[in-house]
Write a protein that binds this ligand. Structure first.
Ligand code: UDP
Ligand code: MG
Length: 323
């Protein structure tokens, strides 16, 4: 989607939006002013993630006023990951920045990312310096969340966020990945292209509320860990081995006691052992079941998202999954 007659590189900005009607117009204004001023050729791609409010109407309005704005609406809420991927497949830029549409990702950072890209970086990771003035409970849960995640998937989660710039090559690679359950934040590490880092401070949200509750954050964590790592499955094996070892010791002790005639009625021990082993068995089954569920989801091969509407300036297959 390079503009005709110019050789300038095009920057696409992908903005997932879920119930953000109050933010769209302002975000378009802030971003276009910034990029116009710097003379960067750009396009803004909004993906409304099945919003229940007037988000898509706002996107359409912005698109009618500014041809650099395009967008699509999902048929229902599919989640931020699918929204990012829909945006990536619609973006036509030589470089693509993914950012939240609530301006919590400071727009000026785009300029730094753009410069690093011009100097040859293929992935520019935005790294949070501070989580802004969010609630303490949120800070704690998010902090713990990233610690555990980093350990599990062996990628330093604190060294990346969903705010990043990707070169066209990287975007094309990500779009060829067949998996349904993606983890955008870590996938750019996985692709292995040349990475640079920029730091940014998380801004306060201007309008609306954060879409994450503690529960949805936990669900997100489990989904991401299992889509990126099989470590939990190995933990099941380790726990199994440890309890076998334990039972060998106990077996020997019980036998010795029985033979020496000092065996007592150990009901408490029996009950406790049953409970503990039962618990671990259930947990193990649960983890394995979770992976089977994920395999089931992947095998069904359903699209990551379904697009129900697009703005008038979008060509191509207007309805349905993009790819
Ligand atoms: N978002 C989305 N789909 C969802 C939830 C969120 O596209 O199901 C978008 C949301 O509109 C925003 C971004 O993802 O642009 C980050 O969400 P939010 O601001 O609620 O998260 P936080 O900044 O609190 O981490
Ligand atoms: Mg936000």
């Amino acid at each position: 989607m390079r503009s005709e007659g110019t050789d300038m590189a095009l920057l696409s900005i992908v903005l997932p939006a879920y119930n953000e009607e109050q933010n769209i117009a302002n975000t378009v204004k802030v971003l276009s002013e910034l990029l116009d001023e710097k003379g960067i050729e750009y396009e803004l791609v909004f993906i409304s993630d099945g919003s229940g409010d007037g988000t898509f109407r706002e996107i359409q309005k912005a698109a009618a006023e500014n041809p650099r704005v395009r967008g699509a609406e999902f048929s229902r809420n599919f989640g931020k990951e699918p929204a990012i991927f829909a945006g990536l497949s619609m973006a036509g830029g030589d470089a693509v920045v993914v950012m939240d549409c609530d301006l919590q990702h400071p727009p000026e950072t785009i300029l730094k990312m753009w410069e690093l890209w011009q100097d040859g970086a293929q992935v520019v990771e935005g790294v949070k310096q501070d989580r802004g003035k969010e609630k303490l409970s949120y800070k704690l849960s998010a902090g713990l969340f990233y610690k555990v995640m980093s350990k599990l998937i062996k990628i330093d989660m604190n060294a990346s966020s969903d705010y990043k710039l990707l070169d066209r090559k990287v975007v094309d690679v990500l779009l060829t990945l067949p998996e349904r359950n993606t983890f955008f934040r870590a996938l750019s590490f996985w692709t292995g292209f040349r990475r640079e880092t920029v730091y940014y401070e998380v801004q306060e949200r201007q309008f609306g509320e954060s879409k994450w509750s503690l529960f949805s954050l936990m669900k997100y964590a489990v989904t991401n860990v299992t889509s990126f790592s099989t470590l939990p499955l190995q933990i099941v094996t380790v726990v199994g081995l440890v309890s076998i070892l334990f039972s060998v010791v106990l077996f020997a002790q019980t036998l010795v006691k029985y033979l020496s005639g000092t065996a007592v009625e150990g009901f408490t021990t029996v009950i406790l052992l049953l409970l503990i082993i039962g618990g671990f068995l259930m947990l193990g089954l649960g983890i394995i079941g979770h992976y089977i569920a994920r395999i089931y989801e992947e095998v069904k091969g359903r699209p990551k998202y379904i697009i129900s509407k697009v703005t008038e300036n979008v060509q191509g297959n207007a309805v349905g999954a993009w790819k």
